[in-house]
Write a protein that binds this ligand. Structure first.
Ligand SMILES: Nc1nc2c(c(=O)[nH]1)N[C@H]1C(S)=C(S)[C@@H](COP(=O)(O)OP(=O)(O)OC[C@H]3O[C@@H](n4cnc5c(=O)[nH]c(N)nc54)[C@H](O)[C@@H]3O)O[C@H]1N2
Ligand SMILES: Nc1nc2c(c(=O)[nH]1)N[C@H]1C(S)=C(S)[C@@H](COP(=O)(O)OP(=O)(O)OC[C@H]3O[C@@H](n4cnc5c(=O)[nH]c(N)nc54)[C@H](O)[C@@H]3O)O[C@H]1N2
Ligand SMILES: [Mo]
Length: 783
């Protein structure tokens, strides 16, 4: 906080220096400037936040320091949380995190006995192992104590950048405008209505595509143009070697929109010069929901234009239309955009409908919600213990914290929060890349107060640059000693992904850990050393938030100066070669597209794989009919099943009928699907003439269930494809098929359940061959 949230920190310092100073608990593997002021500094191993926070909750519960009255009225999930944190005794927590038991107890006592509690977290949580799971545990602590929504108490789960919060609010950061839930069709319909577009044109089959997936699509070639605005990925994304390779692919067209010629701009096909904050008008939101209006102070230099003007120009050239053929985007200046946003925010938690540019001028901003009820904004949220968790209102149904899979509406309703907060529990899991003999140290990366991110601005400010002129490797005194390192000595740091060459700075970090600030790329480098922290980092991300794990990975250190007879160690930067490569390979980009085609030889034949998938779906349905007609009756002698089979055939034929127009429209190629489906059928349905054993009937029904899952998988993929194709009839046909395959699965499952107890529990005359090594039905039949 002392380095990165300097406004918040100055307030903390005020209190610490004032009368009745509060107690400060800091959790950080480094003895940071924030930790220097802590009453208790817990210094866990990088990546063990969940274990530590579970340990604190364990002690809160064990000591009866939780507010049962608050919990019973306003919170759900206490029992499952209790079951999990029960396992995190101080002793076990010490084993996992390295934090001494007594320290943990001291911190828990402060948390458990304080009458007010403000919690804040940032990237040491969100960019570390189990990011979302850990962030939830912080919320849990305030909730268990009932210390939220009152003066002096609350949770500041911070955003990093001044514009990060409003990005999230408006839907530029992996979610939908106004905290709308993509799994809630009325939320999606609201957006479509406000924009006056057809519902199907709103992509909502999933959360928006996150950056690592975008890079994957670049690699696969399905993204051919990449527009980068207001970010400098060639310094800030993990595993830079790979990012550089991808963004300099000869057939990728890269547009960069920035206020400076960054490392990323240097490899781009087109650079759009943007105006920066003082040169344009717009709003941003603080962590306490205060919306500020920032007015243009000076004209942008040269050809630079405000981002908004660039987007609007693009929109008008693209001639985007709404469903009535009118221009989709009608606003021309920031205030009109703000008015449109007010409409979009209406009725949502962040309702700004009563805000105006006029109200935002002169004072010090207004907190949302700003509505008829709260025309000057609302100071405090959750003061009534009501949370935004109603099924129809909530932003998300939540996720499986370990796998990241979104919960369904039904799963959410089973928790039934109905306006109560949800305690989410999680067990500690070890990080993906743990140290080993080859890479024995834990890497973490982050910031320094003098620089902002990739230094496009602070690197150009003489005072700031001089205050912190180059990156360092922070290493513990013990490790430095073991490696015979001296302060300022040049070292090479290696990971499985790359290496950097930096001077060492010794002390104030846990043993076994190293820290590198990620600010330094290559735009102002004076030599050819690799020095960006992200040369080393791993492209892993949190399964829920999709934020990269910048605080993770294993590295080793080598001295630069070797013994006399050996060559000195050196880590060479790759940015310069990347720029040269682009200049050479992307020559086509400077010519008109016609020439570029012939330049690349013959036009490649483009194939779309939808035809294959439709063919395979069709094939799987035809074979399903075969299975019903031929196989099942031979294996399941059961009147109830026989009768049901007629129904199943009818349902399947119905699906096929609805599917026909799709085949006609998009065409199909059945060859590939046919060979797969035949192999599957042969594998799961043994070749028998007639079977009478009830055990075999059970197996046959299970095989049917597997087969139906195979059919269903095709539909799972076709549904989002039909949405992305903006084809309502296609979508209808697939939805129809999905629900009707579901019906068939329900039928098969019902019969499995009916048969299983009799078949599995009641002893029958021993079929010796059940123990034979070949346990397949066909095999047993032979013996
Ligand atoms: N001066 C300055 N201020 C900034 C920025 C900047 O670049 N420069 N950037 C802004 C932005 S966008 C952001 S996101 C914020 C980031 O703000 P912070 O999150 O405060 O900054 P970081 O340095 O990334 O990480 C914070 C601390 O997390 C610790 N840490 C690392 N791994 C772990 C772990 O596993 N567990 C725990 N408990 N701690 C760990 C690190 O040692 C580090 O001290 O700063 C904002 N403010
Ligand atoms: N290893 C490691 N990597 C990290 C992190 C870490 O802790 N460790 N932190 C991560 C975090 S939290 C963040 S937020 C990212 C930051 O990563 P980036 O967003 O890539 O870093 P910035 O340097 O802020 O890049 C912003 C770019 O926008 C430009 N710019 C500034 N104002 C404007 C404007 O008004 N319009 C336009 N079009 N451009 C403008 C700047 O010149 C700059 O090139 O880095 C991430 N990367
Ligand atoms: Mo950030």
């Amino acid at each position: 906080m002392a380095h990165t949230q300097t406004v918040l920190w100055s307030r903390v310092l005020d209190r610490l220096e004032g009368p009745r100073p509060p107690k400060l608990i800091v959790i950080d593997p480094r003895k940071s400037d924030t930790a220097m002021r802590a009453t208790v500094h817990l210094s866990p191993k990088v990546g063990t936040n969940v274990a530590l926070l579970n340990g604190l909750q364990h002690l809160l519960i064990k000591n009866g320091w939780i507010n049962m009255e608050y919990l019973s009225k306003h919170v759900v999930g206490l029992e499952s949380l209790q079951r999990v944190v029960d396992k995190y005794t101080p002793q076990r927590v010490e084993e996992i995190t390295g934090v001494p038991e007594t320290q943990l107890q001291k911190a828990a006592e402060i948390l458990g006995t304080t009458s007010s509690l403000l919690s804040t977290a940032l990237q040491g949580v969100y960019q570390s192992n189990q990011a979302t799971a850990a962030a939830c545990q912080i919320n849990n602590i305030n909730l268990m104590r009932g210390l939220i929504g009152r003066p002096g108490s609350g949770i500041l789960q911070m955003n990093g950048q001044p514009t990060a919060q409003n990005n999230r609010e408006t839907g530029c950061d992996g979610e939908y405008p106004g905290f709308r839930n993509f799994q809630n069709s009325s939320h999606m319909q609201e957006i479509a209505d406000i924009w006056n577009i057809d519902y199907i044109k709103l992509p909502h089959w999933n959360q928006p595509t996150h950056i690592e997936n975008m890079l994957k699509y670049v690699a696969e070639g399905s993204i051919q143009m990449f527009w980068i605005s207001g970010t400098n990925p060639l310094v800030s994304l993990p595993h830079l070697h790979k990012v550089r390779e991808l963004l300099t692919k000869p057939d990728l067209f890269v547009v960069t929109q920035d206020i400076f010629l960054t490392e990323t701009a240097a490899i781009s096909d087109v650079v759009l010069p943007a105006a920066q904050w003082g040169e344009k008008t717009g709003c941003f939101t603080n962590v306490d929901r205060t919306v500020h209006l920032s007015k243009k102070a000076v004209e942008p230099p040269g050809e630079a234009r405000a981002d908004l003007d660039i987007w609007l120009d693009f929109a008008s050239r693209m001639d985007f239309r709404d469903k009535h053929g009118h221009p989709l985007i009608t606003f021309t200046k920031p205030e009109e955009v703000f008015d449109a946003w007010k409409e979009m925010s209406y009725g949502r938690p962040l309702d700004c409908s009563e805000m105006t540019y006029e109200k935002l001028t002169g004072g010090s901003g207004i907190q949302w919600p700003c509505t008829k009820e709260y025309p000057q904004g609302k100071e405090r949220l959750f003061d009534d213990g009501k949370f935004f968790t109603d099924t129809d209102y909530c932003e998300s149904f939540g996720h499986d914290l370990e796998s990241g899979a979104p919960y369904t509406k039904a799963q959410y309703q089973a928790i039934n929060p109905a306006g109560r907060a949800i305690l989410k529990a999680a067990h500690y899991k070890i990080p993906f890349e743990e140290p080993d003999n080859q890479f024995p140290l834990r890497l973490t990366t982050g910031r320094n107060v003098y620089h902002f991110h990739t230094r496009t601005k602070t690197g150009r400010s003489r005072k700031l640059q001089d205050a912190y002129p180059e990156p360092i490797l922070q290493v513990s005194t013990a490790d430095a000693h073991a490696l015979h390192l001296t302060e300022g000595e040049m070292v090479i740091v290696r990971s499985r992904r790359g290496s950097v060459e930096l001077p060492a700075s010794i002390g104030n970090i846990n043993e076994g850990h190293v820290f590198i600030p990620f600010h330094f790329g290559y735009f102002d480098a004076r030599d050819d050393r690799a020095r960006a922290a992200n040369e080393l980092t791993i492209e892993q991300w949190d399964p829920v938030s999709k934020q990269p794990s910048f605080k993770s990975g294993a590295v080793c250190i080598e001295k630069c100066v070797q013994k006399e007879d050996e060559q000195n160690n050196h880590a060479q930067e790759e940015q310069t070669t990347a720029v040269k490569r682009v200049k050479k390979e992307k020559k086509w980009a400077e010519r008109p597209p016609e020439t570029s085609k012939s330049d690349r030889g013959e036009e490649p034949v483009l194939v779309r794989r939808l035809e294959l998938w439709i063919g395979a779906t069709h094939e799987s349905l035809e074979v399903l009919l075969d299975i019903y007609n031929n196989l099942i009756p031979r294996m399941v002698h059961d009147l109830e099943v026989q009768a049901g089979l007629q129904v199943m055939c009818r349902i399947t034929r119905d699906i096929l009928q609805h599917f026909e127009p799709v085949i006609d429209k998009y065409h199909e190629s059945r060859h590939y699907g046919r060979s797969v489906v035949q192999r599957l059928k042969d594998a799961i349905f043994p070749a028998v003439d007639e079977a009478t054993d009830p055990y075999e009937a059970l197996v046959a029904l299970q095989s049917l269930d597997i087969y139906l899952t195979y059919v269903e998988g095709h539909l799972t993929a076709l549904l989002p494809a039909s949405q992305a194709a903006w084809d309502g009839e296609f979508l209808q046909a697939i939805s129809f098929a999905q629900s009707n395959i579901q019906r068939q699965k329900a039928w098969a499952n019902q019969h499995i359940k009916v048969k299983s107890p009799q078949t599995l529990l009641v002893p029958m005359i021993a079929a010796e061959d059940l123990n034979a090594p070949d346990t397949s039905m066909a095999g047993r039949r032979k013996t």
